[in-house]
Design a binder for this molecule. Structure first.
Ligand SMILES: [Zn+2]
Length: 80
């Protein structure tokens, strides 16, 4: 199941907002309730997967520390 890119702001009017670009649109509600399939897709074609694989800062911090230590060791090793 794909994640919904649109966030429902107003359930009464069916106003939705894109989580990626902020584009808003009104979706029509089906007679029996619920929304049409296309309602959960951004009119700009945004997809949530595109912004999800973000490298977390903790990983960056850890690898930076690692490289700093490794660099210090190399530097020290070269001087001896
Ligand atoms: Zn969008």
């Amino acid at each position: 199941m794909t994640k919904k890119v649109m966030k429902l702001i107003d359930p009464y009017t069916g106003l939705m907002e894109c989580k990626v670009c902020g584009q808003r649109h009104l979706s029509s509600i089906k007679p029996g309730g619920g929304y049409y399939r296309g309602s959960w897709q951004c009119t700009n074609g945004c997809r949530l997967e595109e912004i999800e694989p973000v490298l977390d800062e903790e990983f960056f911090e850890r690898s930076r520390e690692y490289f700093k230590k490794a660099f210090e060791m190399i530097k020290r090793g070269n001087r001896i």
